[in-house]
Design a protein around this ligand. Structure first.
Ligand code: TYD
Length: 138
């Protein structure tokens, strides 16, 4: 993973005879103030989610259960595919990265911990618009 705009974040994993525990604190494990948490689940096979980029949103994405693919395009290093499958490993994504999720396992829960409230006008929904806008950022 060599993008300047996203990276894996390994969370602490506290293990004892009762099982595992991981935690996320604003501005510690994630480099932003957490304002919203949402999760995507019960995704039918072959469905694609999150086919967009954000202008200002910072995000941490975690497969809190099950697994799914995340495809990232930062407009600099090209389109890359990763599989998220561990609750203690997330991907931090800064603004202006195109992202898609697919190949969800039946039990997959995609947890999204993000820096802003839901704002329709923060979305870039057309890939052509993203490609045009990214030229101004790089
Ligand atoms: P959408 O952005 O299409 O989901 P995905 O990123 O998985 O493709 O959101 C689906 C619907 O849910 C859309 O009508 C907007 C709404 N929504 C909210 O009301 N609040 C939220 O925090 C999110 C992420 C979506």
């Amino acid at each position: 993973m060599n993008s300047p705009k996203y990276k894996f974040i390994e969370l602490a994993k506290i293990t004892d005879g009762r099982g595992n525990l991981s935690f996320i604190e604003a501005e510690r494990q994630v480099p932003f103030k957490i304002k919203r948490v949402y999760f995507i689940y019960d995704v039918p096979q072959n469905q694609i989610r999150g086919n967009h980029a954000h202008k200002k949103l910072h995000q941490l994405i975690i497969a809190i259960s099950g697994s799914f693919n995340i495809i990232l395009d930062d407009g600099i290093t090209g389109r890359k595919k990763y599989r998220l499958s561990k609750p203690d490993i997330g991907i931090y994504i800064s603004p202006m990265v195109w992202r898609e999720f697919n190949n969800f396992s039946k039990d997959a829960v995609c947890l999204c911990i993000v820096s802003r409230f839901y704002e329709n006008n923060d979305y870039i929904r057309k890939y052509e618009d993203f490609k045009k806008m990214i030229k101004k950022y790089v």
